[in-house]
Design a protein around this ligand. Structure first.
Ligand code: AHR
Length: 613
């Protein structure tokens, strides 16, 4: 195939292009200690008693806060060592690093508490003594640091908190018992370092948050509420999440903003828009409250201290605003009989209010079927499909009008091809982990978007994260557990990373000697680095595809870097703790008089770069 890249014309590539989508699914938003504040539960699980203690979950007067009504009362024999123990989120990894913890106590106690990390055999891995002068009717915060002197052999470790009652009638109440390993950039309530490093390596430009279905809520009025996710942890009630478990909301709105700052990502902030997953639709008269809430959220993030919610942010310690340029109204509002109300009033009520106050805001509709569509609207397109279907979508954006910008806010190859060209059968199982054929097909879909740079502003795979111990959806981009050595960066992760770190600023016109399929390609230039870029994917061929490529101004003897990603076969996956089957091979090639000559093998993804003169 001969490909000649033109030196003129072309389409500017949107600065978002590749990003991340996060929602609290698959226990991906959990942190601290499991059931640390007894939110939304009548159970003390997984806490267990230590030293014959009696543990009783109940309410106290006063409670630690109106947000956290329950706490655990601990009572035990005089002079015994009593307390409680927690196995973490399906394990605690104990390494030679400092763990920071805290807990609140109410009850008369002058003495000390002991916080420990213990192995499954009972060996003490780290211990701290915390002196206390706790009082009745007052909740007192205690903080401590645990510094293990030895690394645990596995993650079957527990966190143990004990004290010594002076008599058997002494009862102390505990709440918000939390422990964190070091976090990325040392953020309070922060993120796991190795996961953030993996995400940063993808070079993402945006974070779509906080969902997905999780922004909508299963039923009224259980949508995501920004104002209940901010401030001190004692002020966060948490919420019955969409995915069958309680969201602690320790990862809240400000933590999302810090995540964006730390990875240099633009927030794409979604608002609940009056559609619940059970099909309940908020009436036009009642919707104004949700619109007001969205406006208050924007004021919280961007207002100065002369505004009510801007002052709230400043009072919480965040003087600088968190600028928001992109917002999304709802999620998948075409589903659950939401389209008609979305078209008739739900979208426009949000749109009009936001544009009136923030005329430059980029506003995203959660469905392609919005009608009528105000001029500035971007449409969010979700695609969960088979590899064959993704590969066939290389041209899917060609027919979209240039007035319809598109954000592919969720996509993933989720199911093996059942028969040639068939779409996903939602009644049949999905892949456990992304696999190579899926990654190659997603690459073709992305190339179709890159080719239509004037229409497609960005891509983000979904779901992003999966705790392998308890999850509701697969496949996912990154799988993790308490054991950081098990973290699996999927085949799709590796493919997206390759394309995302090699960004064009302009996609250029091409002259091709052959039509697309089984090889697909785009080319362009990055004007910032003065680099010409060619990207390709090869899907389902019986032999390698030879290319002869020329860039504008290519001189005799010019060299290029050619990176080819392959896997042993189309069904290779990265599994937790398994080896990485994806091979990334980079070589320098030199042009001949006819151009750069190279061959791309079956099931491959490639990027070729040449520095401009
Ligand atoms: O990514 C999983 C789910 O798929 C999202 O919550 C929802 O938006 C989509 O249907």
């Amino acid at each position: 195939i001969t490909v000649a890249v033109s030196g003129s014309g072309g389409k500017a590539v949107h600065p978002l292009q590749y990003g991340l989508m996060f929602e609290d699914i698959n226990h991906s938003g959990d942190g601290g200690m499991q059931n640390r504040a007894f939110q939304g539960t009548s159970s003390i699980f997984p806490w267990t008693a230590v030293g014959g203690a009696s543990l009783t979950l109940g309410t106290t007067s006063p409670a630690i806060s109106s947000a956290l009504s329950k706490s655990v009362a601990i009572n035990g024999a005089a002079n015994a060592t009593v307390g409680l123990s927690n196995p973490g989120w399906w394990g605690i990894e104990v390494k030679l690093q400092a763990y920071t913890g805290s807990f609140y106590v109410m009850g008369d106690y002058s003495g000390s508490f002991t916080a420990q990390l213990k192995s499954s055999s009972g060996a003490v891995l780290a211990s701290a003594s915390i002196s206390s002068n706790s009082k009745t009717r007052t909740w007192t915060k205690h903080t401590f640091t645990l510094t293990p002197s030895t690394k645990a052999l596995d993650v079957k470790n527990t966190f143990v908190l004990t004290f010594t009652p002076i008599n058997s009638s002494q009862t102390l109440n505990f709440n918000l018992i939390s422990l964190f390993p070091p976090t990325y950039n040392n953020r309070p309530n922060g993120m796991r370092i190795e996961l953030m490093e993996a995400l940063k390596a993808m070079n993402p430009s945006f974070l779509r948050l906080p969902g997905g279905n999780n922004v909508e809520g299963n039923k009224s009025p259980n949508h995501w509420k920004w104002s209940q996710t901010i401030g001190d942890l004692t002020q966060r009630p948490g919420r019955s999440g969409t995915w069958g478990y309680y969201n602690t909301d320790g990862l809240g709105l400000v933590e999302y903003m810090h995540w964006c700052q730390d990875l240099n990502m633009e927030p794409v902030l979604a608002f609940p828009a009056g559609l619940y997953l059970d099909g309940t639709i908020v009436s036009q008269s009642a919707l104004q409250a949700l619109v007001n809430d969205a406006m208050n959220e924007l004021e919280f993030l961007m207002g100065d201290s002369s505004t009510i919610y801007g002052k709230l942010r400043v009072d919480l310690g965040y003087d600088d605003p968190f600028p928001i340029k992109y917002v999304e109204i709802g999620n998948e509002d075409n589903l659950n009989k939401g389209q008609s109300s979305y078209n008739s009033y739900r979208y426009s009520m949000f749109y009009n209010a936001i544009i009136a106050k923030y005329p430059n805001m980029e506003i995203i509709a959660s469905t392609r079927a919005l009608s009528p569509q105000p001029g500035k609207t971007i449409q969010d397109d979700h695609e969960y499909n088979t590899p064959d279907a993704f590969a066939a979508e290389f041209n899917t954006f060609d027919s979209v009008s240039t007035s319809h910008k598109i954000l592919v806010g969720e996509y993933a190859a989720v199911q093996a091809n059942l028969k040639t060209g068939a779409n996903t059968d939602w009644g049949k199982p999905f892949q456990s982990y992304p696999w190579w054929i899926g990654a190659v097909s997603e690459a073709i879909f992305e190339l179709g978007g890159e080719k239509n740079a004037d229409k497609v502003i960005g891509f983000c795979y979904a779901p992003l994260l999966q705790n392998i111990n308890s999850h509701q959806w697969h496949p996912d981009l990154i799988s993790f557990s308490a054991d950081t050595s098990q973290t699996a960066l999927s085949t799709s992760y590796q493919q997206i990373k390759l394309f995302s770190i090699n960004r064009m600023t302009t996609v250029l016109p091409l002259t091709n000697s052959a039509s697309y399929g089984p090889a697909y390609w785009v080319a362009g230039v990055n004007n910032n680095s003065n680099t010409y870029i060619f990207k390709s994917a090869v899907y389902n061929t019986s032999s390698s595809i030879p290319f002869q490529l020329t860039f504008p101004g290519q001189t005799s003897g010019a060299t290029a870097q050619l990176t080819i990603m392959t896997a042993p076969n189309a069904y290779s996956s990265v599994t937790p703790g398994g080896s990485n089957p994806v091979t990334t091979n980079t070589q320098t090639i030199t042009t001949t008089s006819s151009g750069f000559n190279f061959s791309l093998p079956q099931w491959s993804i490639a990027v070729l770069t040449m520095k401009g003169s």
